[in-house]
Design a protein around this ligand. Sequence first.
Ligand SMILES: [Zn+2]
Length: 253
Amino acid sequence: MAEASVELFVVGAGPAYTDRLGATGAAYLVRSAATSILLDLGQGSFPRLTAGIDPSALDAILISHLHPDHFIDLVALRHYLRYGLATPRRMRVSGPAGLAGRLDALHAEPGFAAAALDCTDLAEGPQAIGDFVVEARLVTHTAESYAFRVATTGSQRGLVYSGDCGRAADLAPLIHPGDTLLCEVSFGPGPVPAGAQHLDGPAVGELASSTGIREVLLTHLQMGFDRDATIASVRDRFDGPIRIVDPGDRIGL
Ligand SMILES: [Zn+2]
């Protein structure tokens, strides 16, 4: 049976800060013919999102954790939904507990988020969103950080997105052989400094080879790390396709 066509549009692929021109916070659009979901919406990514889709047409947004480089442009989205459309619309947003309160605090305005965003608390496990089943799993990073597996109903192939993750083994239970792994590689070829809850290339390569990953997409590379050396550090342990993704990339899954 033919697999349904699913595309990943890389909206933003940056880390928390960078000197790389054009890099913006994490934001990944996954869409089938009928359903569009967004994983994270970090700093500066809202304008780029509008280049890929009318944001009001998203079926849902999932936020991996409450670091601003993964959610802060929900403020821009909230304003757009309220003021940028002929008829205001609302958006389903699933994230760690306290997300709406963080947004409200930015404006010191209770109900700021709820004016346009229907925020619900994420929990581990699967949820159906249109054509997709999205499975969330807690990973080591903040007190409540999630990784996601996104797959169309009945499909063997999925996309596993690490969010930010300090322990590669946390991702393994989400991965099915043949999946694509969209994975943070904050510390490039490594090593990860003690206490930093992020990954490096060797950890990603080991994970990919031990779980039967089909293709590795690297992201969230911090400034100062060499791209080629980062890819090589993954390739030492994984012999499938590897690339660093950039904003604007469209990748068939
Ligand atoms: Zn983070």
